[in-house]
Every structure is written in C-alpha cells, then in structure tokens.
Design a protein around this ligand. Structure first.
Ligand code: NAG
Length: 505
C-alpha cells in the first residue's frame, strides 16, 4: 500500500448483539428516537441512554435494538432508525438488523420490501431464494457476505447441530425510506404474523386459487395455533434434506461477470487475501467491482480486524458513510473529530428559544417542514456567510463554519454500532483483552476513497516544500517533517499502550 489514498478500505458493518428488549417494534420508530436525540442535544453526552458512554448520535449500544421476531429458536432484531439530523441525509433510509438462530432453527418463507446485504458472523446455514421463477439454494458460513434482492421469497435454516447461526445485515427499503415490512404467505396463531392471503375476500381467494373452499386455503396458510411462528425448528433429517442441493460461490470474491445467480452467490469476505495486513491488523473488502449487486446499491462491505492493543491509523472516507458493527472484542473504543457536534449546543439553545416563541404563534407543522428541508447533506455545502444568514431564518437552517471540533468517543464491544460520516477523521482502538473486529457497510461507496492522515501512507506526506514553508511556522518546519514521518506503519499501527511501551525503552 504505497499510495497515500487507499481505495475504500475496510469496514463493513455488522450488527450483532445478544440481549433483547421487549419493547414493541412500533413504539421506537420515530417518537423515541426523536426524543432521545433532543435530550442529547440539550444535555450534551447522553450517558444515561446508551449506557456505554457517549458517542451519540454516532454510537448505538445493544439497547438500541428492538425485537422484530422472537421464539425459543432465535430472534431477529432491528436497530432504531438513523433519525438524527446529522445522519438522516446520508443513511436515514437504511436499517441495521441481526438474526440469531439456534441450532436447526428454520425461518419460514417470506419476502421483504428491502434489499438485504448480510454478513455471517458465526455458524453456518442454508439460504433458499425463490425469484425469477427459479429456486436457488446457497450454503453460507462464517465470514460470508450475501445479498438478498428485495422481493425474493426466502427461507433459511441453521444447518449446524450445536452452533448458533448469527447474521448481521443492512436493509435498504425500496418503498418507504427507513422503514421495511415483511410479507408472509404463511400465518401463525396468536400474536404471530398473519398470512397476507387472510385479508383477501372469500370471492377473490376462491377465484384466485380456483377453489370453492376458502377454508382449505385458510387451513393451509393460516395456522390457528400449532407452530412456533416464523422461527421454528426442524429435525436433523429435514435440515439435511433442505441443504442437500445448496451450492457455494467460489472462495474469494472472483469474477463479477456472469449470470444473475452468480451475482448473488455468497462470497467469503474473510477467506480471501486481505486488502491490507500487517501485525497490527487486517482488512478485507468486497466492493462493487467484485459484486455487481453491491455496485447497483452503491455499497461495499468490509471487515477490519485489529490486533489486540493496536489501532487503525487516523483516516476518513471521501464519500461513503460507514456503518460499523462490532463482531468481535469486548474492550475497544473509537474516537472521531466532529465539527457539527461542537456547535450544536449553541444553535440548539437558540432554536429552543425560537420554539418557545412559536408555541404562542404559528403551529408545529411549518416548523417540522422547515426541519425536513433544512437538513442533511445539502446544508453541508453551504458557505459560511450564507449559512449565517440562513441560520437567522429558523429551525434546522443553522450552518456556521465550525470553529472547533468535538471529540466523539465511546467504549465499544460486540453488538455496538458506530457510524463514521464521510470526511470525519476517526480511529478504532483495540483493548488488551483480544482483537477488535468490525464489519462495515459503506453507503455511497462506489467512488469512495479512504484517506489516511497519519502513518506511512499519510496524505500529509505529499505536501510540497513551498506549501510546507507557508503552512508551518519557520521554527517548526523540520519538526513538521519529523512529526509527519515518524510513524512508519500504515493503516494499522501500535495502539496507545503498545506505543507507550516502545517510547519508554
Ligand atoms: C480476527 O483475527 C483473529 C486473529 O487472526 C481471528 O482469530 C478472528 O477470527 C478474526 N475475526 C474475524 C471476525 O474475522
């Protein structure tokens, strides 16, 4: 890795988790999150909410997941929406989810109105897709990445006798941004999902199935009580039968060409040669170049595996927003420089005052509309002066040149989700207990580049002499060269503790 700019390196996303909260899915969607971020804006770090320290709105702990489906044999959990105004514009349409399936668990056929990109973080399974008039069956195992195109009917099973099958995924809803639904032909009793057939009228069902007996259709597709719901258990024999004809993509990300089927073949992210590795860590990546489907979705998937006690060099991505999920490690942390957050308290207070005035004046509606319009990427492009003027005009319009940065930092462990927006310098540090591995989904990754600002491939090494003479004080010029060149390692470097040991010698 000689070049100063490494093409979209690592990351990948991942989710993970293990605890489950019993709140209902619907309740957290908008309201809770909105209130949560307001609290954060007012009170600075939101210690109480995340439990594992600050880092909002860029860090989410396990408690930010809600159960979507649950049984004795496994559960499917979904992360709250990326609803904060600093995230909504780039990743607000996406959802992170995790599936944990017990040995021999079977997931009933259904389809989602979302594309899914998934990473197998543990175990093995079989995945069957019904689409394009065909049935395609894939074996997947630890380290694989696979894609489930929106609308494919899919069913799957954990094929291992004793290990859990754990998958983390990113969903990109195709009809309602930031919100997806599951559609099940087969329904279950009680609180469990209904069959979508059950809502059609008798005459329609009878005509559609060419039967006189609505009851027959109901008996097949809408169970009254038996069955455990969407996640049940198969016998060893049944699971074996299900996986008998499953195929595997080649190890390694090979050929992007070929049929649609090849395109959704699972690929091993960790099995192929890493894009970069040294004794401090490794990163693996699958981009749109290797997988046509990822290119279409403007995404990539990476895995950063940081050796115990090491860290990543300070870096930022040029265009992608990266959603990381910690898939291994108990005692790491991340730090990021964030310009927005540092000016937040101020403008938020101001908005508050305006809001109070407004409460006696015109209604909430227009305020919300303004909020919708004023945020997201667009506002980042605004120039200083213009921004200041607009700030006077109302809520959500504030955009001042940031005169400082705030440190965003949080302890992270398996199950944590971290968002690194484009342009924001950041690092991950592995603790002393073991490796820290993060899966990341890069959103907006097609023309992305990873830029390092420290280390052997630091972009700062490219400053020319004339620029250095102008940029650094005369007395500090030589020092500047030494400082910029002192770190010989690239991408992964010794962490704070290791470094201290070296310096002491
Ligand atoms: C990270 O690297 C360690 C050491 O090589 C390995 O044991 C572990 O499985 C890797 N983790 C992931 C998630 O690939």
């Amino acid at each position: 890795m000689k070049s100063t700019v490494v093409r979209s390196p690592w990351l990948a996303l991942a989710l993970v988790l293990s605890l489950c909260l019993s709140l209902s899915f619907a309740s957290w969607d908008a309201e809770d999150v909105g209130r949560g971020s307001r609290r954060w804006q007012e009170g600075g770090d939101d210690e109480g909410r995340s439990g594992s320290g600050s880092g909002r709105p860029y860090h989410f702990g396990e408690e930010s997941f809600r159960e979507w489906a649950k049984s004795r044999h496994g559960h499917f959990k979904v992360l709250e929406r990326f609803d904060h105004e600093l995230l909504r514009g780039s990743i607000g349409d996406y959802r992170v989810a995790c599936l944990d399936a017990a040995p021999r668990a079977f997931l009933q056929p259904s389809h989602y109105d979302a594309d899914e990109i998934a990473f197998v973080r543990e175990g093995e399974g079989v995945l069957v897709l019904l689409r394009n008039g065909k049935r395609e069956s894939f074996c997947v195992r630890e380290g694989d990445v696979f894609v489930i195109p929106a609308g494919s009917i899919v069913y799957s099973a954990n094929t291992h006798r004793s290990k859990w099958f754990r998958v983390v995924m990113l969903l990109n809803p195709v009809s309602t941004p930031g919100s997806f639904q599951e559609f099940s032909p087969i329904g279950f009793g009680g609180e469990q999902p209904q069959s979508f057939f059950s809502v059609f009228s008798d005459e329609v069902i009878q005509a559609a199935f060419n039967t006189r007996q609505r009851e027959d259709v109901d008996r097949v597709f809408q169970r009254k009580s038996r069955g455990e719901g969407p996640i049940s258990e198969g016998s060893e024999e049944q699971i074996r039968e299900l996986s008998r004809s499953c195929s595997r993509g080649g190890r390694g990300g090979g050929g992007g060409s070929g049929s649609e089927k090849e395109d959704i073949q699972p690929r091993s992210l960790t099995g192929e040669k890493p894009r970069y590795s040294n004794k401090h860590g490794r990163f693996h990546q699958i981009t749109g170049d290797q997988c046509h489907h990822l290119r279409k979705l403007d995404m990539d998937v990476t895995l950063v595996n940081i050796t115990r006690g090491s860290m990543t060099a300070l870096r930022y991505a040029t265009r992608s927003t990266r959603i990381y999920i910690v898939v291994e490690g108990r005692d790491g942390y991340f730090e990021m420089a964030c310009p927005h957050v540092s000016s937040f308290g101020r403008s938020e207070r101001r908005e508050h005052e305006q809001e109070r005035e407004r409460e006696h004046g015109h209604g909430r509606r227009s305020e919300e509309r303004e909020r919708e319009h004023g945020q997201g990427r667009r506002s980042e492009e605004r120039k200083d002066e213009q921004g200041r003027q607009e700030e006077e005009q109302g809520r959500g319009q504030e955009q001042e040149k940031s005169r400082g940065y705030r440190q965003v930092r949080a302890q992270i462990k398996v199950g944590s989700v971290i968002v690194l927006p484009a342009g924001h310098p950041a690092t991950f540090v592995a603790g002393n207990e073991g490796n820290l591995a993060l899966l990341s989904f890069g959103v907006g990754a097609n023309n992305d580049e990873e830029v390092f600002v420290t280390g052997g491939n630091s972009v700062l090494k490219q400053l020319d002499d004339a620029a250095k003479a102008l940029a650094f004080p005369q007395q500090a010029r030589e020092l500047a060269d030494r400082v910029i060149r002192a770190q010989p390692e690239s991408v992964f470097v010794a962490g704070p503790q290791q470094q201290r040991r070296v310096a002491d010698m």
